[in-house]
Design a protein around this ligand. Structure first.
Ligand SMILES: Nc1nc2c(ncn2[C@@H]2O[C@H](COP(=O)(O)OP(=O)(O)OP(=O)(O)O)[C@@H](O)[C@H]2O)c(=O)[nH]1
Ligand SMILES: [Mg+2]
Length: 449
């Protein structure tokens, strides 16, 4: 595959603002000519050259390092010129406009990565890993993104694709020779191969699930009656006074958001106004926002005052039905209950004291468990929801293929399931990806990426 456009694009590759170095990247057929014009003479391939950058009138704009990577041995697979100037926004803008005057156009967001993908330098999952690496908020996320970028994730997806293609051709060849079909469907090899593939998909799903948590994290909403200790719990988890705590019911009205990290997994915690039927319009608006926020959550932490829990059923009925809930019985320093986790008649329950900190570890442990988050070893790749969806679809088709084999004994239906599983996996690496999807993926990148 070759990039559809033969024009030359340019972008400032370093972040906006002032810095010691600022880089302008040019990619496309005109890069070579632009190098000659700006530098007087194009540098030898892949060799750093120090020199003056001159405008069309021959006047020196800056001095810096220039690098020229002839295609296809470059990031995009096209001729690439990198001008490393001083990092001033006006200066970089002048260099950019100079490149435009010499035949380049300003790149769209993600266009440089898109060219790398279209020219087969990186597959889609790797291209996404470039963006995720840059956006990583924790060290674990960086390591996982680097593994995806190096192609470990893609390699495992491709190994599965190879297995699927082998199986498909076996099944399809057998369909073409119907006299042998009965035998081949009874063949253990087919059932075993399907089981192997399912095992691979499950382990990939596990690694990808962890990776998605590293990237996106878990969103928790603290909800409950006024004065239950929601804000105190937020502060205890954060380790600092993020939200105002007072003995007055109705202290919190706005949403208070905090970003924490649990073993490298981002935790987005939202503290909300206590659920109450208040005539106060400010408090009522707070309650409305609290309810809206709960619907966006991965999990609601329902905070109760353990000394007066009130009508728990009524409270549970006020929560959105489809979001998982953990009941937190707070203030055990007053009620005298033992700290810890228990799965009781109310579901998942943690007993703790936001004031003394007793039981907080049990809550953290519980959150790690519900997130399915274990230590992030070699098998974790930074993954996106898109990858998880594709893996899950591939899994469904493999399971359905197994059923066809066992119950309907239909080679055609099995072949169709295998084809669908193959398409789903191919979406991850970009082999079967629509232009619309590509557009939406790359447009979320920033300019110069
Ligand atoms: N003894 C004890 N007091 C607590 C504990 N947690 C919270 N409190 C007290 O309970 C009162 C209410 O705490 P907040 O954290 O403001 O409660 P809230 O649920 O955020 O209340 P609203 O924002 O009004 O909905 C404060 O006086 C806290 O000091 C606890 O674990 N033990
Ligand atoms: Mg509060």
């Amino acid at each position: 595959m070759v990039a559809d456009s033969h024009d030359t694009i340019c972008a400032i590759a370093t972040p906006a603002g002032r810095g010691g170095v600022g880089i302008v990247r040019v990619s496309g057929p005109a890069a070579s000519r632009i190098a000659d014009r700006v530098l007087g003479k194009k540098p030898p391939p892949r060799m750093a050259r120090y020199g003056a950058f001159r405008d069309a009138g021959g006047e020196v704009i800056d001095e810096g390092i220039a690098l020229f990577f002839p295609g296809p041995g470059s990031f995009t697979g096209e001729d690439v010129l990198e001008l490393q100037a001083h990092g001033g926004p006006v200066l970089l803008d002048m260099l950019l406009r100079l490149c435009v005057s010499l035949g380049a156009r300003i790149a769209e967001p993600g266009e440089i990565s898109r060219r790398a993908f279209l020219n087969g330098k990186l597959d889609l999952a790797q291209t996404e890993a470039v963006a995720d690496l840059i956006d990583s908020a924790t060290e674990q996320a960086v390591r996982a993104a680097a593994r995806s970028l190096s192609g470990v994730f893609s390699k495992r997806v491709r190994e599965m694709l190879d297995g699927l293609i082998g199986l498909r051709s076996y099944v399809e060849a057998a369909i073409d020779f119907p006299e042998e079909e009965v035998d081949f469907l009874a063949d253990d090899r087919l059932a075993n191969d399907l089981d192997d593939l399912l095992g691979c998909v499950d382990s990939l799903l596990d690694g990808a699930q962890q990776g998605r948590l590293l990237r996106d994290g878990l969103t928790l909403v603290l909800a409950g009656r006024p004065n239950a200790g929601k804000s105190s719990l937020l502060n205890a988890l954060a380790g600092y006074d993020a939200a105002i705590v007072t003995p007055v019911p109705g202290t919190t009205r706005d949403l208070v958001r905090e970003q924490l990290s649990l073993d490298g997994m981002p935790l987005h915690i939202v503290d909300t106004a206590g659920l109450t039927e208040s005539p106060d319009i400010v408090e009522a608006e707070g309650v409305r926002r609290a309810r809206a926020q709960m619907r966006e959550a991965d999990r609601v932490l329902l905070v109760l005052d353990d000394t007066k829990p009130g009508n728990i059923t009524a409270l549970l009925n006020e929560l959105p039905g489809d979001i998982p809930v953990t009941t937190v019985r707070n203030k055990i320093d007053l009620s005298g209950a033992e700290p810890g986790f228990e799965h009781d008649g109310w579901g998942d329950t943690v007993r703790l004291s936001a004031t003394t900190g007793a039981g907080l570890d049990a809550l953290r442990e519980h959150l790690r468990a519900v997130a399915g988050f274990h230590d992030t070893g070699e098998g974790t790749f930074l993954a996106r929801t898109r990858h998880l969806d594709a893996l899950k679809r591939a899994r469904e088709h493999l399971v359905s293929g197994k059923t066809q084999l066992r119950e309907t004994r239909s080679g055609e239906l099995l072949a169709e399931d295998l084809r669908q599983a193959q398409n789903a996996l191919g979406e991850i690496t970009g082999e079967f990806t629509s232009d619309d999807l590509l557009g939406s993926i790359f447009s979320s990148f920033c300019i110069g990426k």
